[in-house]
Design a protein around this ligand. Structure first.
Ligand SMILES: Nc1ncnc2c1ncn2[C@@H]1O[C@H](COP(=O)(O)OP(=O)(O)OP(=O)(O)O)[C@@H](O)[C@H]1O
Length: 276
């Protein structure tokens, strides 16, 4: 069902943090007064958002509201867009990621990304996973690299399906398997944060369900920020939800609260399908 045809709010199925987890929340990523401009266009306005460790934060909102722009700020993917200018402060573990002395390659190893369309390298399954550890010098020797490849595929729930064909091209897998391969590739360099930009939009419902389960498993070890057009998906996988509209972060809070008792009328309008 498309968001525009929805008239009821989605059911929240994600596991809410326990009172103890709430009390011990650690801010992994913090944005303060973040503005993004594409040339003259003010695409994101004064965004203050805390992303908590080992939780899934969903970014939702109508098309063009700035969700992907914000996500890309978190590992400086916007740096590659010439007309893009970012102001304000984004900190990872309290360190400013826009500090000129920061090594962007290292940042992107710490803050990995999974894209909308599965994009395996035109290499074998093994080499898709081994590529990152090799360039970052993470593995010392073949045995260690083999172990990283196996562990990453296991954590992405793909090992059993591909263990007997690691030398086959990654592009020969199904769409859902390719996306899990991309998740395994992101995991292989030991990131702390994984950014996901509509990771299921090219997948069928069964492959989507598998990725959603995986996201829930991965949050034990990683901090996840996911952009999704599906409010049902946000409700299923996230602990916190941030609603964007026309470049403003309108509201952020516990997913359950955002979907059952939002404060702002724009959030209410969006989650009940009055606009999208
Ligand atoms: N590379 C770019 N150059 C110019 N404008 C851009 C660029 N990328 C995004 N924008 C503009 O910035 C605004 C926010 O775009 P963004 O892609 O972040 O929104 P979004 O909420 O992720 O949208 P969607 O859900 O459609 O993917 C839009 O008005 C968009 O046209």
């Amino acid at each position: 069902m498309s968001s525009t045809s929805m008239t009821t709010t989605p059911e929240v199925a994600s596991k809410s943090p326990s009172p103890e987890q709430l009390a011990n929340r650690y801010t992994k990523v913090q944005s303060r007064d973040v503005n993004v401009y594409y040339g003259e266009k003010h695409a994101l306005k004064h965004v203050d958002l805390d992303v908590y460790q080992n939780e899934v934060t969903a970014l939702i909102g109508p098309s063009g509201c700035g969700k992907s722009t914000f996500l890309r700020c978190l590992n400086r993917m916007n740096d590659v867009i010439d007309i893009c200018r970012v102001t304000g402060r984004i900190a990872l573990d309290e360190h400013d990621i826009y500090d000129p002395s920061l090594d962007v390659v290292q940042l992107r190893a710490r803050v990995g990304m999974v894209f909308q369309k599965p994009n395996p390298f035109p290499k074998t399954i093994y080499d898709n996973i081994a590529y990152g550890p090799r360039i970052h010098g993470i593995a010392h020797g073949k045995a260690e690299l083999d172990e990283i490849v196996q562990k990453s595929l296991e954590r992405a729930g793909l090992w059993k399906e591909v263990s007997d064909r690691l030398d086959q091209p990654g592009t020969g897998l199904s769409g859902g398997q390719q996306q899990r391969l991309c998740i395994a590739r992101a995991i292989a360099v030991n990131p702390e944060v994984i950014l996901m930009d509509e990771p299921c939009s090219a997948l069928d419902p069964i492959a989507t369900a598998r990725i959603e389960e995986l996201i829930d498993e991965l949050r034990e070890n990683f901090t996840i920020v996911i952009v999704t057009h599906s409010m049902q998906q946000a409700a299923r996988v996230s602990q916190r939800t941030a609603f964007f509209h026309l470049g403003d972060l309108v509201e952020v809070g516990e997913t359950e609260t955002i979907f059952t008792n939002p404060v702002d009328s724009r959030t209410q309008g969006y989650i009940t399908g009055r606009f999208g």
